[in-house]
Design a protein around this ligand. Structure first.
Ligand SMILES: Cc1cc2nc3c(=O)[nH]c(=O)nc-3n(C[C@H](O)[C@H](O)[C@H](O)COP(=O)(O)O)c2cc1C
Ligand code: SF4
Length: 595
């Protein structure tokens, strides 16, 4: 094995000495050693001129970085509600039992660690897990049995059967984006021929709005960034895709990567950026190699690099930055902090990234799907795009469909499609509810299945999780409230404290100890979070609780045993140790409960 100092030193020589590289260096050290050893922290500190304590806070912020050694095989089961519905916990328990390991604790011989992680974006092919950062899909008893043999034999994962690591695109319905391919370079060619002003006008005319959720007009964002005076401008593709139940960017990055980069290059041409970043979630590490190859092919073809397509001064290149298991880094200002090598704590806004983003320079941040749509619009025109969708939501939307249906996968629809139509197409029967737009989204009951996917009705980043009548929706609510608690960055009180209180109250309902008072508390806390959290995570975290309290009150009321009040803390039981020490168990040593 390499001397740890040599590995880190070589890395520093090869990857430069910029403090902004900290997170990327930590990711590589983590991959090499399965944790960040103390001497690596010292070396990084000396070379990057960052205090060791600051490096440790960065490590502790990201779920995929560790200061303590993990097992040689570091296994994390995906724990979205859809994984739960497919039986992830019983497979985890079975694996732990066969390997003789406690969840979260490395085995004594250092061979293996098994734990849980937030949604890995494989909901259509779950249950899934990550092993040393690589995805294993379609878990079942047989696969778990085979994994045990491979782990005990110490076979490196590079030599495991390829079938373990297969992730299909699983495209079930194609429309404008997925069925109309474009020739590599044709969108940037269109921009060079028409001119960047004309292309921006075309984008404006198309009505394209951001596909990451909020739906800000793309042309407006690009114009604001272009018009912001500065030395440098940047383009960032948000490929963090951490919203539970969302996996459409995974497919675009795997099968349409050239088009994603094409859209970024068009954006660079319009706003005058020389540099772009693809911020790739850590869970999609398995896509990185192919993405790097696509970037190289574009450089070789003159579609990236200096004087793109022979146009003097049109210089632009793209770098891939890895995330490390932090959902909050999908929020654009947290993403920029993370790009700069720091913890992903959301910034105060304004100023917005379009005027003050990466290195405080004007920066466009767009979703993967937005860039694909922009590249298509550059080639096929605004009218072609507008011919699908509704007045306020032009074009099409990719949906990631999972849960209780016969055909989960990717469905591309013109905006305006009803929920009922999607359910019919994917073979969902006896549906009780659909959770749209992920954990932060809306819970839609049967009587609202006439509603439309559109910014003017139900907006979505793309997640569409289906629950049939046999499901207990409180399982979903509990899974999401734990998710938000785990993913809160901890910066502001409403989210850090409110999220924990909410999680505890949901747990209390689950075990049948909650009362009407607790339900009202949940409403109060939820409203405080919505109004006063610092960023979108905290503001949307109570949505599943508030939505189900209103639309599915039965999942709560059916569990209220004592309707007036029940203390969360049993004072008498807590005195048991004192009674034991003092040898007393008479009536006076007990707290009397008033009947
Ligand atoms: C907690 C949180 C997580 C987010 N995650 C993502 C994400 O994974 N991908 C994404 O494109 N946008 C995400 N967003 C929205 C981004 O902040 C931003 O609005 C988006 O990247 C802009 O791109 P668009 O205009 O193309 O939609 C998230 C927002 C919040 C508050
Ligand atoms: S709302 Fe939550 S995630 Fe956002 S800044 Fe506050 S603590 Fe962090």
């Amino acid at each position: 094995m390499n001397n740890p100092d040599n590995f880190t030193s070589e890395l520093l020589v090869n990857k430069g000495h910029s403090p902004g590289q900290l997170l990327q260096l930590l990711c590589e050290i983590q991959t090499h050693y399965s944790h960040i050893p103390p001497h690596a922290i010292e070396l990084l500190s000396g070379h990057l001129n960052i205090p060791p304590v600051q490096i440790r806070t960065v490590i502790d912020f990201y779920a995929f970085l560790h200061r303590d050694a993990r097992g040689d095989f570091d296994i994390l089961f995906s724990d979205n509600i859809t994984d739960r519905m497919l039986g992830n916990l019983s497979l985890l328990n079975s694996l732990c039992k066969k390997l003789g390991v406690e969840p979260g604790v490395p085995r004594a011989d250092g061979r293996v660690t098994v734990g849980l992680t937030s949604c890995t974006g494989i909901c259509d092919q779950g249950p899934a897990l990550l092993i040393n950062g690589m995805v294993v899909s379609r878990l079942d008893k047989d696969r778990i049995h085979k994994m045990v043999g491979l782990i005990e034999a110490g076979i490196p994962i590079d030599h495991w059967p390829k079938a373990f690591f297969l992730v299909d695109d699983n495209i079930q319905r194609r429309d404008k984006l997925l069925s109309h391919g474009i020739i590599s370079g044709s969108a940037i060619d269109a921009m060079v021929v028409k001119g960047s002003d004309a292309l921006l006008k075309c984008l404006d005319g198309s009505g394209l709005r951001g596909r990451g959720g909020a739906g800000f007009k793309t042309a407006t964002k690009w114009r604001m960034c272009r018009d912001a005076e500065a030395d440098e401008h940047y383009v960032v593709c948000n490929a963090d895709e951490g919203e539970p139940g969302t996996f459409k960017d995974r497919v675009l990055l795997y099968s349409f990567a050239d088009c994603v980069f094409e859209g970024m290059t068009v954006c660079a041409g319009i706003i005058g950026a020389k540099k772009g970043f693809l911020y790739l979630r850590g869970e999609y590490l398995y896509l990185r190699e192919a993405l790097e190859k696509t970037l190289q092919a574009r450089r070789d073809a003159g579609h990236l690099g200096k004087n793109i397509l022979g146009k003097q001064g049109f210089d632009f290149d793209i770098e891939i930055h890895m995330g490390a298991g932090a959902y909050i880094c999908g929020e654009e200002s947290a993403l920029i902090e993370s790009l700069e090598g720091k913890r992903g704590i959301p910034r105060n806004r304004p100023p917005f990234p379009v005027t003050s983003g990466y290195r405080n320079q004007p920066t466009v941040v767009n979703n993967v799907e937005t860039f694909v749509a922009a590249a298509r619009i550059a080639v096929f025109g605004a009218d072609w795009f507008r011919s699908a969708g509704t007045e306020e939501s032009t074009g099409t939307k990719l949906l990631s469909v999972s849960g209780d249906c016969a055909r989960p996968g990717i469905y591309e629809y013109p905006y305006g499609v009803t929920i009922r139509q999607v359910l019919e197409d994917c073979g969902a029967i006896d549906t009780q509810a659909v959770q749209i737009s992920g954990a932060a989204g809306a819970t839609i009951p049967v009587q609202e299945f006439y509603r439309k996917i559109a910014f003017e009705d139900i907006p979505t980043g793309g997640s569409f999780m289906i629950f049939n009548q046999d499901r207990d929706l409180l399982d979903m609510v509990q899974n999401f409230s734990h998710f938000f608690c785990h993913e809160s960055c901890g910066f502001c009180t409403p989210c850090r404290v409110g999220g924990t209180l909410m999680q505890d109250l949901v747990d209390k309902v689950m075990v049948g100890h909650a009362t009407s008072y607790d339900l009202q508390e949940m409403r109060n806390i939820g409203q405080i979070m919505q109004k006063s959290a610092h960023c979108g995570l905290g503001a949307t975290a109570p949505n599943p609780v508030l939505d189900t309290l209103e639309k599915f009150p039965g999942i709560y009321s059916s569990r209220l045993v004592n309707r007036s009040f029940e203390p969360a803390f049993d004072l008498d039981a807590s005195l048991e140790v004192s009674r034991h020490i003092t040898g007393r168990d008479d009536e006076g040593a007990h707290i009397r409960h008033e009947k």
